[in-house]
Write a protein that binds this ligand. Structure first.
Ligand code: F6R
Length: 586
């Protein structure tokens, strides 16, 4: 994971770089650092923790060449030494890295005459470049020679005080783009930190090296053959990139879901028809991770029920072990908010090698997944900053429903249905936004919470449990309601909360029977649905909608429950421990 940013151009203040870096913090926030060319020397600063308390001299420093990094540790402890930028002895060369260098131990042995300071894999790249510079090569040739021996994923930004008119950017299996502004050229892991400076971006491809100066850039492959990369104008985001009146991004992103849903539905029917033609004679496999995986479970349900296509769902981290056994006519349908998740990208690469077609549903425009796909449906839900995915999930569900309906020739009617749902979603949020806090406060002293549901309510339970555990650190698990008796009932004792996802649908009465079984073993039963039942000790009421659309109405209160529980426990829901928004390592 990790976020990197760089700039070359007119001298700007240090706080512009730290400000841009702050916007990448959702990619990693255990330590950070910046390096500037000031005069003829490199000045750098590193710190552990979030990007706060930036020394005044760093904020006010003026420089026309800078790089920065916010870290999610993979190799080496969280401390200042392991934080990036790495800087050579004598402060002549500096580098930031996002990704993993798989062959760093072998390379480190070869560089035994060098003095390594950190435990990171990244520092080996600095020494490799230094070694090549010492042989008389210029910076560009040294970088190209060095990266050609690296194995793994890496996006790099490098500069040297000996060649102060150059910033070098390298991309391989980790995201990196350039932003072309009036003041100079930026480089960053994604568009978010650059959107206030420019709408012109260059999306680097894998195995690209960009040689960047104040007002121009040139791209090369690793052998330094020139490659053409276009500048694309990217339309500005549909949602505000700030927190607005909200205390946290996660809260803002939960609350804006009805608005976001309307935006997600701005889709071209033609693409949906083209995807149907690709899917209809194929064996379809959804691949995704985490919340996107849970969303694809709904995809499976919608397609089987509506369209007569029967997809399977595979966790993207497991897909590489199954790809060899899939039928020849397989079509891979990848879901990802970021479009940069390494497990998904690796799976797609392996699927393409087999000749399978790739369809994706992605939020981030022109992300690596979007570019690797034969057809893309964009979620159009704006930047999602909170580490826990919320609004991307509801957009994914809505668009999977639209696509499944479209495959049955019902695009227009499904669109009309979905457009009505956003009001019900709004009601679901309004009804519960305050009352849910009572439950959250009660949860702050519990150790375990179980979620149960049948049919479509089971993947919903999975997603609700994921939200609660990842931001509150309370143990939360979901089970198919009917499977409680096959083992999990042993976990129930006095007062253990069981959240029963029970809208008044075709499985309601069976679900209620399972809730009664849990209650008679002492469970505290929280029901969520459109109709109250005596078995519930606490009831979360949501409006009534059509059975297949209940997930869109059920999830916002459960996201709010997770959010408020985390806040009561004084945990930052926007930055849960050990997690990062974009998982660019396998
Ligand atoms: C959970 C969460 C993660 C992501 C997962 C996949 O709230 O955010 O589980 O869903 O890392 O990320 P994307 O969708 O970007 O591929």
């Amino acid at each position: 994971m990790c976020g990197i940013v760089g700039f070359i151009g007119e001298p700007i203040k240090g706080k512009i770089i730290t400000g841009a870096l702050k916007k990448l913090e959702y990619r990693g926030y255990d330590s950070w650092g910046v390096a500037f060319l000031s005069g003829k020397k490199i000045t750098f600063f590193k710190a552990v923790g979030e990007i706060n308390g930036i020394p005044k001299k760093i904020q006010e420093i003026k420089s026309g060449l800078a790089i920065g990094h916010t870290r999610w540790a993979t190799h080496g402890k969280i401390n200042e030494v392991n934080a990036h930028p790495h800087v050579s002895a004598g402060n002549k060369l500096t580098l930031v890295h996002n990704g993993i260098i798989e062959n760093f131990s072998e390379l480190k042995k070869e560089l035994c005459s060098h003095n390594f300071c950190s435990e990171t894999d990244s520092e080996v790249v600095l020494h490799l470049i230094e070694e090549n510079l010492s042989k008389g090569m210029d910076l560009l040739h040294s970088v190209s020679k060095s990266v050609s021996v690296l194995k793994g994923s890496f996006s790099l930004l490098v500069f040297s005080s000996d060649e102060p008119d150059k910033l070098i950017a390298v991309k391989n299996e980790s995201p990196l783009l350039l932003g072309i502004s009036d003041k100079g050229i930026f480089a960053a892991s994604d568009q978010i930190p650059l959107s206030s400076f420019t709408d012109k971006f260059v999306f680097l491809e894998d195995k690209d090296i960009a040689l960047i100066s104040k007002n121009k850039f040139q791209c090369f492959d690793f052998d330094l053959n020139k490659v053409e990369r276009k500048i694309l104008k990217v339309k500005s985001d549909v949602t505000s990139s700030g927190k607005l009146k909200y205390s946290h991004f996660m809260l803002k992103e939960i609350m804006e879901q009805p608005f976001v849903l309307r935006n997600a539905l701005e889709q071209e029917k033609k693409i949906f028809n083209e995807i149907f033609l690709m899917m209809k004679n194929s064996s379809v496999f959804f691949i995704a991770n985490g919340t996107s995986f849970n969303a694809s479970l709904f995809g499976k349900e919608f397609f089987s029920r509506i369209s007569g296509i029967f997809p399977q769902v595979i966790d993207a981290s497991e897909f590489p072990y199954q790809v060899d056994f899939l039928p020849k006519n397989s079509l891979i349908f990848a879901l990802s908010q970021s479009g940069e998740t390494a497990d998904v990208l690796d799976s797609v690469k392996k699927a393409k090698k087999k000749g399978f077609k790739i369809v994706s549903m992605v939020n981030v425009f022109n992300s690596s997944l979007a570019r690797a796909s034969d057809k893309v449906i964009y979620l159009n839900c704006g930047e999602e900053i909170g580490v826990a995915s919320t609004k991307a999930f509801t957009s994914q569900i809505a668009l999977l429903y639209l696509l499944a309906s479209s495959c049955a020739g019902k695009f227009d009617s499904a669109l009309t249905e979905l457009k009505k749902v956003f009001l019900k979603m709004q009601q679901s949020i309004e009804l519960n936004k305050n009352s849910i806090k009572f439950l959250s406060e009660k949860f702050k002293s519990v150790k375990d919470v179980y979620f149960i549901g049948r049919s479509l309510n089971y993947p919903l339970a999975l997603e609700a449990a994921l939200k609660l555990k990842e931001i509150s650190y309370i143990h939360a698990e979901a089970f198919p309601a009917g499977s409680l008796k096959h083992g999990p009932l042993a976990l129930i004792s006095d007062g253990v909360p069981v959240i029963v996802v029970a809208p008044k649908d075709s499985v309601f009465s069976d679900t209620i029977n399972n809730a009664i079984e849990a209650k008679s073993r002492g469970a505290f039963i929280v029901g969520i649905g459109d109709e109250e039942n005596p078995v519930f000790d606490f009831f979360i009421k949501i409006p009534k909608v059509k059975e297949l659309l209940f997930p869109l109405i059920l999830i916002p209160p459960l996201q709010l429950l997770a959010f408020h529980t985390a806040v009561f426990l004084e945990r930052n829901p926007d930055k849960p421990r050990n997690l990062a928004k974009v998982c660019t390592v396998k």
